[in-house]
Design a protein around this ligand. Structure first.
Ligand SMILES: NC(=O)c1ccc[n+]([C@@H]2O[C@H](COP(=O)([O-])OP(=O)(O)OC[C@H]3O[C@@H](n4cnc5c(N)ncnc54)[C@H](OP(=O)(O)O)[C@@H]3O)[C@@H](O)[C@H]2O)c1
Length: 257
């Protein structure tokens, strides 16, 4: 995707990822839904997005959407919506209960099996915390939380890239301090950090830190996650953003993106 992908008449820019030859389209489709929308609905939504021009898809073991995403990719290839798997940028995430040295590579192998893929483009540590192995429950029970051994978990992430299972490795929900913990021992530095970010939560310190370290910062829930148990309407209903949207002749959602 060196030239960026075409979405309708709009070209989606892409950005380089450190220590990788893959470029990441800046606009992607998140596949998490709570409650889970079901495999068929998820697959159809992904196929519609592909028809519109989306090429970057974000999934995670926790979301239960790896399988429907894999089915959508297989169908898109067989029906010609996409010509080759290489046109896509697929990101997935290591869940906390697998964030233990010996469980990381098998967790990614399982994700690849779910996705029916030989490799993904970006694999990230979902949260900077480990939990009791074997449980994929969310929220995590208080007694199941464990501190993460950053050094050994990151070594296993590096092994995932060295084995060719992923083109790039990164993190999610990591602060400057926790990124510093990874960078202190990393042989392959994290290529990306996915965090919640929007005009009302600008992450200024983290943005500066990531820029200085050449780590791509990716925003999840840029529209503010309204309708979820953790988000709110504040972003979409912000008066300043509405004024900007009106002045530009765009919707608030377009301004946010
Ligand atoms: N790394 C992590 O820990 C983490 C955590 C959470 C999420 N994520 C990722 O981020 C994704 C969530 O981000 P998101 O971008 O979907 O959340 P978002 O920015 O909050 O956008 C979704 C919301 O925007 C609304 N919306 C969508 N298009 C719109 C439009 N054109 N005009 C007006 N409203 C519109 C939707 O409303 P309706 O529902 O009414 O259509 C929905 O409420 C997840 O799927 C997941 O991939 C990652």
């Amino acid at each position: 995707m060196d030239q960026g992908s075409e979405m309708g008449s709009i070209s989606i820019p892409d950005v380089p990822l450190k220590s990788s030859n893959r470029r990441m389209p800046v606009l992607g489709l998140g596949t998490a839904a709570s409650p889970f929308s079901g495999s068929e609905t998820t697959k159809l939504a992904i196929l519609e997005a592909m028809k519109l021009g989306y090429r970057h898809f974000d999934t995670a073991t926790l979301y239960q959407t790896e399988q429907p995403l894999g089915d959508a990719i297989a169908e898109a290839l067989s029906t010609g919506i996409i010509k080759s798997r290489d046109e896509l940028f697929i990101a997935s995430k290591l869940w906390c209960s697998d964030a233990h040295r010996e469980l990381v590579v098998p967790a990614l192998q399982k994700s690849l099996e779910n996705l029916q893929l030989e490799y993904i483009d970006l694999y990230v540590i979902h949260w900077p915390v480990s939990s009791k192995p074997g449980s994929y429950e969310f929220p995590i029970k208080k007694e199941d939380f464990l501190p993460m051994d950053f050094k050994s978990v990151w070594e296993a992430m590096e092994e995932c890239q060295n084995l060719g299972y992923t083109k790039a490795i990164g993190v999610s929900n990591f602060s400057c301090k926790k990124l510093g913990d990874i960078l202190a021992t990393a042989k392959i530095p994290p290529a990306a950090n996915q965090v919640e970010m929007n005009p009302l939560w600008q992450q200024n310190k983290l943005r500066e830190f990531c820029k200085a370290k050449d780590i791509q910062l990716a925003a999840y829930a840029p529209l503010g996650a309204r309708g979820t148990i953790w988000g709110s309407n504040r972003v979409m209903e912000c008066e300043v953003l509405k004024e900007i949207a009106e002045a530009k002749g765009k919707t608030v959602a377009q301004v946010l993106i």
